[in-house]
Design a protein around this ligand. Sequence first.
Ligand SMILES: Nc1nc2c(ncn2[C@@H]2O[C@H](COP(=O)(O)OP(=O)(O)OP(=O)(O)O)[C@@H](O)[C@H]2O)c(=O)[nH]1
Ligand SMILES: [Mg+2]
Length: 242
Amino acid sequence: MIQPGTVTTIVMLPTFDEAGNIEKLLREILSLNDSIGTVVVDDNSPDGTSSIVAKLEKEFPQQITLITRTSERGRATAGIRGHLEAIRLKPAFITEMDADFSHDPRYISTFLKEIQDCDVVLGSRFVPGGKDSDRSPFRTLLSVLSGIVFRTILGLQVRDIGSGFKLYKREVLESLPWNEFFSYGIAISMEECFRIVKKGYRVKEVPIIFVDRRAGYSKLKWKDFFEPVWVSIKLAATFGRA
Ligand SMILES: Nc1nc2c(ncn2[C@@H]2O[C@H](COP(=O)(O)OP(=O)(O)OP(=O)(O)O)[C@@H](O)[C@H]2O)c(=O)[nH]1
Ligand SMILES: [Mg+2]
């Protein structure tokens, strides 16, 4: 379990049924530099993801914290729980990313350079050099269309508002009202982005090539695609456009 003040960067990973990815991913992240730690928030995955992470936590006690939630399930609340733990550990920087290799951990080193002149680096599929690779044309179309809808409703300039791959200065996450968030699922990435821009922080989009998950299955269901729509309407109605 990581002790406060001992690492410069925390990588926060929400996991559900990522047994096929998590060990290799954690080893790759920890090999990036000497001052990196990971917080994994697993919702007691039936495939045993937590026990794999628990074993690695024994091997890297100063660099891994595992939180296993038994009474709650969901991408948004898992992410919030992970951010709160990451904030408590007082790193300079906090990254969030998917635990399925869609987000290549090597980009973290790029993000750490890019953050020098902004507050948040956002891994973007939709700026020059970025790509939504390997995915079905339907999923890419859905991402592009939803981006257009949210930018229109929320008045944001950010191209890849739904990106779940970001690096923050810790102060940015410390300043957000986590108990007031509306999202329960995938809309959390978009809501974070909106609230950050609304507060006046500088967000820099850096191109990433997003690839399909390496192992395991998507947790997205049809109904999940409606959550970002009502969350963006609620955000615009509550706070006005960005
Ligand atoms: N703790 C927790 N993590 C979750 C939950 N649902 C998804 N995740 C994690 O959130 C990240 C993104 O989820 P994915 O299922 O990959 O969803 P996606 O990336 O939008 O969809 P695909 O790319 O199609 O697989 C992954 O690391 C998941 O393991 C959940 O209910 N609880
Ligand atoms: Mg994924």
